[in-house]
Design a protein around this ligand. Structure first.
Ligand code: CO
Length: 213
């Protein structure tokens, strides 16, 4: 059996197992989704969001890219945020980075990788913002871990800067924004930062919702 065929036979076994437990499972899934969580994570194969959080189909609305970057020129992510926040009305948004992140490691180096350099540049900007703190760290791996954390903080702030989040904050307390790091070495999820509508943000990023759009 080829490797990919194993995936297909796994799927058949999974369908049977689901139906054994609950005959109506797929009928209910077909009715629609109402996920409470929006997840922005790294594409790294070692960080499967459903598995590490014990989540199930219907729980997480997911976007993954290299090094969990949130940039406002990313049409894919901005469409997903608009739909997730304003239509699905998720209550919690999680930006999850992880230790041993290859994208973050690349940002600490100078190797030319191609078009990927443009993407990694976003993490170099985080380094630039926190240069003095990062350069005080002597150990290379500690610096790598710290840049993973700082990247989560900055990308979470980029979520807070969107008009979609601020429109919901104009109406109430949700969504709450969470910055987490997944530790590849031991499987732990660690909370790095939490951001609510009460938390300070440079006023230059604030939208005024009292004016008609
Ligand atoms: Co990564």
């Amino acid at each position: 059996m080829h490797r990919h065929e194993k995936l297909l036979s796994n799927n058949q076994a999974w369908v049977r197992a689901k139906l054994d437990l609950d005959e109506q499972y797929f009928q209910r899934q077909a009715e629609g989704q109402s996920p409470p969580f929006l997840w922005i994570g790294c594409a790294d194969s070692r960080v499967p969001p459903d598995e590490i959080t014990g989540s199930h189909a219907g729980d997480l609305f997911v976007h993954r890219n290299i090094a969990n970057i949130v940039t406002h020129s990313d049409l894919n992510l901005m469409s997903l945020l608009e739909y997730g926040i304003l239509e699905l009305r998720v209550d919690h948004i999680i930006v999850c980075g992880h230790t041993r992140c290859g994208g973050v490691k690349a940002a600490l180096g100078h190797r030319k990788l191609g078009i990927l350099d443009k993407w990694i540049r976003n993490i170099k900007d985080v380094y630039h913002l926190h240069r003095s703190e990062l350069e005080e760290i002597g150990d290379e791996n500690t610096q790598w871990d710290r840049l993973v954390e700082l990247n989560v903080r900055e990308q979470l702030l980029n979520v807070a800067k969107t008009s979609f989040v601020q429109r919901r904050w104009d109406e109430g307390d949700f969504p709450v924004l969470h910055g987490w790091v997944y530790h590849v070495e031991d499987g732990r999820l660690e909370t790095i930062v939490r951001h609510t509508r009460e938390d300070p943000m440079d006023p230059i990023y604030r939208y005024d919702f009292s004016e008609p759009a």
